[in-house]
Design a binder for this molecule. Sequence first.
Ligand SMILES: *Cc1c(COP(=O)(O)O)cnc(C)c1O
Length: 399
Amino acid sequence: MSSDPPREVYLDHHATTPVDDRVLQEMKPFFTEHYGNPASKANHSYGHRANNRMEQARETVADAIGARAGGEPVAKSIIFTSGATESDNLAIRGLAQHAKKTDIGTHIITSEIEHEAILEPCKILEDKGFEVTYLPVDEYGQVDPEDVAAAIRDETFLISIMAANNEIGTINPIKEIGKIASDYEDLWFHTDAVQAIGAVNIDVQGMGIDLMSISGHKIYGPKGIGALYVNLKTKGKLEPLLVGGGHESGKRSGTPNVPGIVGLGKAIELAVENREERVTHIEMLRDRLWEQLLAEIDNIELNGHPEERLPNNLNVSFPTVNVRELVRMSLTDHGVMAALGSACSSGEDTSHVLEAISDDKDRIEGAVRFGLGKDLTTDDIDYVADTVVEEVNLTESLF
Ligand SMILES: *Cc1c(COP(=O)(O)O)cnc(C)c1O
């Protein structure tokens, strides 16, 4: 970076989000005042207080995702973790251990466009004798429920399909897949809903979801906290990855991250509370950006589904532009922060998600992800559009 840009606009909200001030304010006392260990709840009031607040957050999370019985949140279905990477690992490896031990099965169905936190555990299981089917997706990045149904075998014990993709924003038909899974005994349905929370309505019971991964820092909460939802009939089957003091009803040992848990509770509460209003605002900004880019740039393509996509996602390809230079130099110099592919797979040469939806090398290599946030304004978006148009057309003229 040469000099400080005149203005900074952050457009990488799929990688992480800022902590909402309302979330931070809720968390603060749990660092310095109510710092007791929840496991000491029987010993003194500090422990008791921390534990109470943690259990309240557990109810909030359960309630926000529709985990209810008789109208009341089923708090016991929430296991707090260090983030969605751990939640994904716990769901897949925890059930795989059980399936192996009890001879339930050795086959997993997932998709080609999952996050690495799903794909890597699957690879490890393949080395241990499990079989994994990686379903292809259509040109928009959607999994076809009929493909899921056709891939089920006697040995299948787990289907793991993400609710929404973190690179191209495509939303999957989760309810249809959940319905298919529910017709079978000993077949669990897990979904990584990290990007979908707060963007689409998630109702674990209505959607037939048995397990679901959530992360704090993708929904204006803190980093290093997440949760795995697991319905009570499945919870007994889940083998823990971390053992020790038996926290989280034996499913995840380790002193709970109380401030993080409080923050996750507040973040998910805010995410579902004003969802429609926020979604409308972000969609308006996203469409405004797309329309301006489309009007001013000749060679541009939309990646992902035109309608079934996250409101804050705009993934576009500039096939005639060196986007590495565009994103890392030109846009950065102007304070516009976007991403190449996905931040989590920045080690990859090309995105496995874009490769799953296209054979066109220029399109795959020319992709830029704009991940919008709730606090952006039309002014920010117009500045981004002007900057991108100017820089893209400048780079193109060099050809
Ligand atoms: C960010 C992300 C994760 C990982 O979440 P962490 O809390 O950072 O571990 C998993 N899945 C998806 C889809 C993500 O976007």
